[in-house]
Write a protein that binds this ligand. Structure first.
Ligand SMILES: [Zn+2]
Length: 451
C-alpha cells in the first residue's frame, strides 16, 4: 500500500484553522485489485476524534458487512494493537478507555471482497459492467446519544446513521478506471485519486470505465453528470434537472455548502436513486427508458428527490433507521417544488396518492413516522414514508400556509445543520411556526389516518 499520510497531516492543521463544524476526521486509503474472484479492496482507515463521554469502548460500523464480508487484519492506536470484537458482520467494538473529551485515533487495516452487482441492499457496494459502487466500505464511528447509537441493519431503507466528519482519502485505481466521489477529487500524477471533503455525513465513490460526462455550474456548485455513452440525452437532462433543483432549494432553504455535485448513472436494485453528500446515484434503467422516448415522471423525480437530500440528510442528519421520515418525507415533499416548476405537480400528487393508498392497504398498521422495522421486507415502506410523508407535509402546508412552512424549514436547517436531528425537533419547530395550528393534522396522521 502506498500512502499520503504526510499530506494528511498538513491538511489537518488547515482544517482545524478553518474552524469547520465536524469534530471527527477520517483518513482513508482504498486499493483495488481485480482477479478471478472479482474486485478485492484493501483498505486502511484512521478515525480521529474525541470521546463523547467516559467510555471503555468505541463502536464502529461496516454498514455493508452483511452484503460484503470484511476481513479485519489489525486495529491499532499508533503502533499499539487494540483488542476488538466483531459483534456481528456490521459492528466492531474496539476496547479503548477514554475520559470525556479525550482524543483517540484508531487505524483499521482490512479487506473487502466487492460482490458482483447487485450484491445486497440497493447495490451500493457492488461491481457492475464499467461501474463499481463503493459506499460504506470503511469503519464508521457511530454517533453517541447517551450511549453509542447502534441500529439494526435491514435490506431496505438506508442503514447509515453517522455524524458529519472531515475526510481525506486516497483511492488507488486499476489502469483505465477513474473515481467519482463525495468531496472534491483531484487526480494525482501517480494515477491515484485524492479526495477531500469537509462535513460529510459519509464517504462514497464510484469507479468508472468509459462513462461520458457533462458539466455545468449552479449557484456556485460545479455539477457533473456521468452517464453511459449511449445515454447522452438522459445524461444531459439529468445534469439540467440536478442543477435546477440545486438552485431552487438553495433559494428556498439556504445555500448548498458543498462545492461539487456528481450525478452518476449506475445499475441499482430496488431504488431509482441513492444519495450521498455531493454524490447522487441514479438507476440506469431510467436513463434507458428516457432514451427510448418515454417521459416518465420517475426520471425527473429522481433528481428532484436526491438533490433535496443535500439539505435533508447531508446537512441536517437524522437516524435513518429509527426515523426515516425525517429526511425521506421531507426530501419527497421538497421535490414537489421542483416538479411544480416543470408543470408536473398534479401528476406528482396523483403518484403520491396512488402509492400511499396502495401501501396503506398492504401494511395498514404502519404510519409515515415509523421505523424501518415496521415495514417487514420493505412492505409499504416507500408508499407510506415517502408518499404518505409528503402528503402529510402537504396537509401541514394547507393548515399553516406555504410561506410559514418554508420559513420553518429554513429555521430547522439553520438550527440543526451538521447535526443529527430528531422528528421531535422538526415537529417542535413546525408547531412553533404555525402557532399550534397543525396539531390536528399531526395527531390524525400519527393515528394512521388521513385528514
Ligand atoms: Zn430519499
Amino acid at each position: 500500500m502506498r500512502g499520503i499520510l504526510g499530506s494528511f497531516l498538513i491538511l489537518y492543521i488547515f482544517c482545524a484553522r478553518a474552524g469547520v463544524a465536524a469534530e471527527i476526521s477520517y483518513e482513508l486509503l482504498f486499493e483495488f485489485s481485480t482477479g478471478t474472484n472479482g474486485w478485492h479492496l484493501e483498505g486502511r482507515a484512521t478515525v480521529t476524534g474525541r470521546a463523547p463521554a467516559a467510555t471503555d469502548e468505541l463502536v464502529f460500523r461496516f454498514f455493508q458487512g452483511d452484503n460484503a464480508p470484511v476481513t479485519i487484519w489489525s486495529v491499532k492506536e499508533g503502533d499499539r494493537d487494540l483488542p476488538w470484537d466483531s459483534v456481528d458482520p456490521t459492528a466492531v467494538v474496539v476496547f479503548l478507555s477514554r475520559e470525556e473529551g479525550q482524543s483517540f485515533s484508531v487505524t483499521f487495516s482490512y479487506a473487502i471482497e466487492v460482490p458482483p452487482f447487485p450484491g445486497g441492499g440497493y447495490g451500493t457496494l457492488a461491481a457492475g459492467e464499467g461501474t463499481v459502487v463503493v459506499a460504506q466500505a470503511y469503519p464508521v464511528i457511530v454517533p453517541w446519544r447517551e450511549g453509542w447509537v447502534v441500529e439494526p441493519v435491514f435490506d431496505w431503507g438506508d442503514a447509515s446513521v453517522a455524524d458529519v466528519a472531515n475526510y481525506v482519502v486516497e483511492i488507488e485505481l486499476p489502469p483505465g478506471w477513474e473515481a467519482v466521489a463525495t468531496g472534491v477529487e483531484e487526480e494525482l500524477a501517480s494515477g491515484a485519486v485524492y479526495v477531500r471533503g469537509d462535513n460529510l455525513r459519509e464517504f462514497a465513490f464510484v469507479l468508472l470505465a468509459g462513462h461520458a460526462v457533462a458539466t455545468t455550474e449552479a449557484s456556485g456548485t460545479v455539477v457533473r453528470s456521468w452517464f453511459f455513452p449511449g445515454h447522452r440525452h438522459a445524461g444531459e437532462r439529468a445534469l439540467q434537472l440536478a442543477g435546477q433543483a440545486l438552485e431552487l432549494y438553495g433559494e428556498l432553504f439556504g445555500e448548498n455548502p458543498f462545492p461539487e455535485l456528481d450525478v452518476v448513472e449506475v445499475p441499482l436494485r430496488k431504488a431509482a436513486g441513492v444519495e450521498f453528500p455531493g454524490l447522487l446515484l441514479a438507476g440506469e434503467e431510467y436513463y434507458r427508458r428516457y432514451e427510448e422516448g418515454r417521459r416518465e415522471l420517475l426520471f425527473p423525480m429522481i433528481f428532484a428527490h436526491e438533490v433535496a437530500h443535500q439539505w435533508w440528510y447531508a446537512q441536517v442528519g437524522n437516524d435513518q433507521v429509527r426515523e426515516p421520515w425525517v429526511d425521506e418525507a421531507l426530501a419527497t415533499y421538497t421535490s414537489g417544488f421542483t416538479l411544480a416548476t416543470q408543470g408536473r405537480f398534479g401528476e406528482l400528487i396523483e403518484f403520491w396518492d396512488r402509492t400511499y393508498e396502495l401501501a396503506h392497504m398492504r401494511n395498514p398498521e404502519a404510519t409515515p413516522f415509523d421505523p424501518l422495522w415496521k415495514f417487514p421486507d420493505g412492505e409499504g415502506y416507500g408508499g407510506i414514508v415517502y408518499s404518505g410523508g409528503a402528503l402529510f407535509f402537504l396537509d401541514l402546508e394547507a393548515a399553516m400556509g406555504k410561506e410559514k412552512l418554508v420559513s420553518a424549514l429554513r429555521r430547522y436547517l439553520a438550527e440543526r445543520r451538521w447535526e443529527i436531528a430528531t422528528g421531535a425537533d422538526l415537529v417542535r419547530i413546525l408547531m412553533e411556526a404555525s402557532g399550534g395550528e397543525i396539531e390536528g393534522v399531526i395527531e390524525t396522521w400519527r393515528r394512521g389516518g388521513r385528514p
